[in-house]
Design a protein around this ligand. Structure first.
Ligand code: GCB
Length: 603
């Protein structure tokens, strides 16, 4: 998977696509061998022929909250999915047939008609397999998927499995969101010709209002065909060609006159402008072999030790950390939800968010690209500790796959290598040096960050990044119930991070849990008043810090309430949202809205 491209499946003159989303058969395996399904070769059989309880499970969705059974919600280990599908007969003339999963959390193995075609681990990232030789055209086929949610020492993220006194296995983890699992994003079948475009990279080398220079690389798989030529073409929004080039040698450059730059939301009257980068493979008779259309944006990023700018204009990021999380579906991709979320983002006047604490669905990222919302793109390394070689390998793989997936997105303005890693341990320093170097080798056009939670005195990991990020819960985990020390504490901490590392600084998380409808005057912890007042003390600090220049962003935790593991500190989950889990505003959302729109006016 690491060696090939992961372009989103697309229909075109040369490609077909079918969705496999819908209701799949589902079986919960026993927690351990010999009843986990492997010893009985479940993947070779139809579930209906097995002596097991089968139920229907929606795809895409997390499976945990679909049924009424806590044993499935808290299941540790393997579950099995099965689905029957037809492959159109005409597809046998089209070249190759692929299956692609947007994500399976955490580890998956996939069989087609009983033959294993791919395995993948690490959730929130896509993977695919060539299944041409295993399917029957014009007939019914079966896909079987095993999905394992177990998190251990070297998975990304990490977890521990222990057993209760009655022998039942329990998964524990230190990160603060529910470990949802299952086939949580869309599944597609699609075709490519046997000579096909496998990967595309487009970067903006320079751009101003007069001209832009774009660099591109195209990887195409030429299965023994002679004389294939490769052409690229850039189209504007109305379909006019604005530049053309060749990719016969794999890479090239385009010059665009009077480019329409990609601008963030609220920074320009035309945010999120996208061009279509068209790649074509053509044979010697000028016949079209393959075509792929990639949406791109033309924009430059620059950063210094006290600023971060887009298209030459200084940025101030104002937004939040988020989660892919909702009632019933868990982390399952849901179009009504994601459009509602973007409507709320626009309403509240945010220009950015972080994909805390893992990569979000490609469909969500597409919306950020087209609306001009800036994204700090985070890999799934949350709360990591131990820093073993095996962990480092998996961590790097998660970044390789993330960067391959999102490298062409104008919305992605920064890579986040981790959230709250335990950087107080000496082993963290060489570990993060390796992680950040790995990112730089894959993409040097975007700055990097590590979202730190240790005191600035206790960590050296941010030596390697371009932008320093920290999380701090003044008035909540520190001095809960007391707000009069917030402003000075935030000012002094942000200033100290900057002094130590000589880099721009972002506060990536601050906030407090708030139960909607709970009111107290004077404010009292957990009330809507408390959340608003806590924010207001932070805003004073942010305004004072902004005057010093190096302070380039504020992200409240969190966009919406979300589910966590069961603990006595969480009442129905984490309630630090400015919106409820049902996406309705708390008082804090109205308060934040006034600030964000005001900030936008002054940009
Ligand atoms: C943090 C974590 C975030 C938690 C948050 C909290 O520092 O990064 O995942 O949800 O604190 O509310 O405790």
């Amino acid at each position: 998977n690491i060696d090939t491209g992961i372009l989103y499946p697309q229909e075109s003159e040369t490609r077909q696509k079918l969705s496999l989303d819908g209701l799949w058969n589902f079986v919960q395996a026993n927690e351990s061998r010999p009843f986990d399904g492997f010893t009985e070769y479940w993947y070779k059989k139809r579930f209906i022929d097995l002596n097991v309880t089968m139920q229907l499970m929606p795809v895409p969705s997390s499976y945990n909250d679909i049924t009424t059974d806590w044993k499935l919600r808290d299941h540790v280990g393997i579950v099995w999915y099965e689905h029957n599908f037809y492959v159109p007969k005409v597809w046998s003339d089209l070249g190759m047939v692929w299956i692609r999963f947007g994500s399976v959390s955490y580890a998956a193995q996939v069989w087609i008609n009983g033959v294993k075609v791919v395995s993948h681990q690490i959730g929130h990232l896509p993977f695919k397999a060539d299944i041409t030789n295993y399917i029957k055209f014009g007939q019914q086929n079966r896909v079987t998927v095993s999905c394992d949610n177990t998190l251990l020492d070297e998975t990304i993220p990490q977890g521990k499995v222990s057993s209760l006194s009655n022998g039942r296995l329990v998964q524990t983890y230190t990160f603060d969101f529910f470990n949802y699992a299952g086939i949580d994003r869309s599944v597609f079948l699609y075709t490519t010709p046997s000579v096909f475009i496998d990967d595309i990279t487009v970067t903006t080398e320079s751009a101003n209002n007069d001209t832009a220079v774009l660099n591109y690389t195209v990887v195409y798989i030429n299965n023994d065909m002679n004389n294939v030529s490769c052409r690229v073409q850039l189209l504007d929004k109305v379909g006019e060609t604005v530049a053309t080039g060749s990719c016969d040698k794999g890479s090239g450059q385009l010059l665009v006159e009077n480019p329409k730059l990609w601008w963030p939301y609220l920074m320009h009257e035309r945010p999120g402008y996208q061009y279509t980068f068209v790649v074509k493979l053509i044979d010697e008779n000028n016949k079209l072999i393959d075509i792929y259309r990639l949406l791109i944006g033309i924009r430059t990023l620059n950063w210094t030790n006290d600023s971060f700018s887009i298209n030459g204009k200084k940025l101030y990021l104002h937004g939040f950390g988020r989660h892919e999380d909702s009632d019933i579906r868990g982390k399952g991709l849901d179009f009504p939800l994601i459009i509602r979320d973007y409507n709320l983002i626009k309403w509240v006047g945010a220009n950015a968010y972080r994909t805390s604490h893992y990569p979000y669905a490609e469909e969500i990222m597409d919306l950020a690209d087209s609306m001009g919302i800036m994204i700090i793109d985070e890999c799934p390394a949350v709360d990591i500790v131990g820093f073993s070689d095996g962990l480092l390998e998996n961590h790097k793989t998660s970044l390789t796959e993330l960067i391959k997936r999102d490298k062409n997105r104008p919305s992605v303005i920064m890579w986040s290598a981790a959230n709250e890693p335990r950087t107080q341990y000496p082993a963290a320093k060489p570990y993060f040096e390796a992680v950040i170097n790995h990112i730089k080798e894959l993409d040097s056009t975007r700055p990097t960050t590590i979202v730190e939670a240790q005191a600035y005195t206790a960590t050296d990991s941010s030596l390697f990044v371009d932008i320093v990020s920290f999380n701090r819960y003044n008035g909540w985990y520190i001095n809960e119930g007391n707000m009069d020390a917030i402003t000075s504490a935030v000012i002094s901490e942000a200033t100290n991070w900057n002094k130590k590392f000589q880099k721009p600084v972002i506060i990536q998380e601050y906030g407090g849990d708030t139960l909607e409808g709970l009111h107290f005057l004077p404010d009292y912890i957990w009330s809507e008043e408390y959340q608003v007042d806590l924010m207001s003390e932070h805003f004073k600090a942010f305004d004072s810090l902004r005057e010093q220049g190096f302070f380039i962003g504020e992200f409240i935790w969190n966009f919406a309430d979300f589910k966590t593991a069961q603990t006595y500190t969480r009442v129905g989950g984490n309630k630090k949202g400015i919106f409820t889990r049902n996406r309705q505003p708390k008082s804090s959302a109205h308060f934040l809205r006034r600030r964000y729109w005001n900030l936008a006016k002054n940009l």
